[in-house]
Design a protein around this ligand. Sequence first.
Ligand SMILES: [Mg+2]
Length: 416
Amino acid sequence: MRIVEIRVTPIAVPDVPLANTKGVHQSVFLRSVIELHTDCGRVGLGETYGATRTLNGLKAVAPTLDGLDPWHLNDLRRRVEMALPDAGGVNAPTALADHRVVDVVYSAFEIACLDLQGQQAGRPLHDLLGGAVRDTVSFGGYLFFKFAKRDLTFGPDILGEVMTPDALVAQARWLVDDHGFQSLKLKGGVLDPDQEIETMLKLREAFPQHPLRIDPMGAWTVPTALRVIDKLAGVLEYLEDPVRGMDAMAELSARTDMPLATNLVVVEFEQVIEAVRKDAVQIVLSDPHYWRGATGSIRLGEICRAAGLGVSMHSNSHLGISLAAMIHVAAATPGLSYDCDTHYPWSSREIVKGGRPVFVDGRLQVPKTPGLGVELDREALADLNSLYNRAMVADRDDTDEMKKYVPDYVRKVPRW
Ligand SMILES: [Mg+2]
């Protein structure tokens, strides 16, 4: 089996103004869809970020994959590194964390290669990762403060404005009722910490059995984080990236028993070593989009187990190919002991055949069909590619978008 044609299609997907430390989501989010066509008629699929640096990296590598044997992942890595010497990171310099272009591009093509391997072997992708240790993967409800969407050109709003603790609890009720989520995570760092403490306490009251998390993405100083922890002792399952940077996380970790999680200070293997040495975090978020694909994510799980760290799973806004990859990786990661994050309920579109999967009690079934187990809906892909061309959004800029809602907004991390 050899790769004979490589397609990279940028798409834009309608989004809603979900708020975070950096600002607010734009009216569309961007993704890239990868197709690896083989000489035996199989098509391997991948999905990743869609902003300029990732897209340019994918396009630079694509022609060099002609003739690649999808079973040879070391050859894939070599070709990616040769096509992208000194390519740097995928994010803007102002981002809170960056990922190497080579890792992101490799990850996207690796998933597509594993899809092909699974199809040829007649086995689901998770069997190539050591086999599934669970039949279903559990996701948490992802809660956001948000504005009422103003520009409806590319798609409708969901739920209108949510900027108070009570409105947030109502949003949680909607997510739990619709999808059965058994745990909840708030994207914090948006309102004053006292209002976010109040929000978490109200969530605890409304959902007494649900594990709760908050992720302010580095918005707090160490003293603020300690004050929040004091108020939320016994309420939180873990606290994600409360302060900015490895050293601040280590300083906080030394002063609290609250488990600290991260997808900002540990995003490369070298940083696992530094985090362990400094005892900066207790839980690392996995993600097959930047932890060197599915195989890298499994290795991360092994390293975390050896280091005594917990593993959870990170999400960006995504569609069904990414969702399938996340499920296979989560299924084959024995140490994954927390519900995975997903933005999935915040969009309503899909690019895989069969429509959107339905969460039952917050869970999705682990596929048993060969490869990723998803097939491309070409009409839907063409539709979202056309939206990409119309939307004229090439990069993500939450801070710029925020100024449409709060004209004098100034990004500041930490803010409190
Ligand atoms: Mg996070």
